[in-house]
Design a protein around this ligand. Structure first.
Ligand code: PMV
Length: 327
């Protein structure tokens, strides 16, 4: 390879309605169950990759600062997969920017690995079908596979690298759902999802969670198709609770919630069931509560959350598109 190969791509974060937790193959990141998510229009990562023949190793800056060794190693490992696929030995300079500040407790691995995958392949002068990009992004972070397609996305768990990928099932303009993220803690999570997934099978509840995951997935798909918020809300909350039940009963047990998360969870249910506000909650591997609402409920949900804790930060995003090349 000679010359300078450069490209910039953007990918959005996503929030899962049916969660991915646990793998059947950790190296390939083959999920134990299929999952469903919505891309978040207003939370994204923009990544520029420049393949430079003179480099002796990959270099990485995140939001303008040199990344920590552990982050560089993970990114390099992902680029090794791409180098192997395209039979190249060149290293790359990577500049990555998140539009949500680091340390807000909002996971960036999905948007980061989706943007990195698209930028690095485009910078090689190659283009791949969306399905292949999703498969490669999955190797960096399972949820990154879902940040490649647009809108409401299903990641089909599959049984091999070639059968495990995400695809759009409805585009972002199908239903104007909004994620109001209550940032209750900005602390970096002690056990990230990469370290958490291998513990899932130590919980006796994981088998049951996985066994009925497809059933819940079909229910959520139907609810989204029919824009049936009540049906959607019940399944989304149940699925989040099931994942956290597995986390709490694993070895070692993982407790991601804090007291304020639990207060919000209980309040959200009351707001929906007693006041008729169309909002439900879901939590990933952290204490922040994603309050999913219909557009008409956003203002009232924001006010109710602010009343619970004055200094709680909120981030809001509607559904968004998939990963795309900027230049
Ligand atoms: O892609 P990972 O390895 O960061 O795993 C994501 C796991 C959850 O966020 C907890 C659930 C999900 O499906 O996004």
């Amino acid at each position: 390879m000679s010359g300078k190969y450069k490209a910039t791509a953007r990918a959005h974060s996503n929030i899962a309605f049916i969660k991915y937790w646990g793998n059947t193959n950790h190296d390939l990141r083959l999920a134990s169950n299929s999952s469903i998510s919505m891309n978040l229009r207003d939370l994204y990562t923009t990544t520029t990759v420049t393949w430079l023949p003179d480099l002796k190793s990959d270099t990485l800056t995140i939001n303008g600062s040199t990344a920590e060794k552990i982050a560089i190693e993970r990114v390099s490992h992902h680029l090794d997969i791409i180098r192997q696929q395209f039979d190249i030995r060149t290293f790359a300079d990577i500049e990555s920017e998140n539009n949500f500040p680091m340390g807000t407790g909002i996971a960036s691995s999905a948007s980061s690995f989706a943007a990195l995958t698209l930028a690095s392949i485009t910078a090689l002068g190659k283009s791949l079908p969306e399905k292949s990009l999703s498969m490669i992004a999955r190797r960096g972070s399972g949820s990154a596979s879902r940040s490649i397609p647009s809108g409401y996305v299903e990641w089909i768990a599959g049984e091999s690298h070639e059968t495990s990928y995400a695809e759009m099932f409805l585009d972002y303009d199908h239903w104007d759902l909004v994620d109001v993220i209550a940032i209750v803690s900005k602390q970096h999570k002690r056990t990230g999802s990469s370290a958490g997934h291998p513990t899932a099978d130590t919980s006796i509840l994981q088998d049951t969670r996985v066994r009925y995951a497809d059933q819940r997935l079909q229910q959520v798909k139907t609810a989204i198709q029919q824009r049936d918020f009540e049906q959607f809300a019940e399944v989304v909350e149940e699925d989040s609770n099931l994942m956290h039940a597995v986390m709490m009963t694993s070895q070692p047990p993982l407790f991601y919630w804090n007291p304020l998360s639990l207060d919000i969870i209980k309040s959200v249910r009351e707001w929906r069931l007693k006041k008729g506000i169309q909002v439900c909650y879901t939590l990933d591997a952290g204490p922040n509560v994603h309050c999913i609402c219909v557009r008409d409920s956003v203002d009232v949900v924001i006010n109710l959350l602010k009343n619970m804790s004055e200094d709680m930060e909120l981030r809001t995003s509607p559904a968004g598109q998939g990963a795309y090349v900027i230049e």
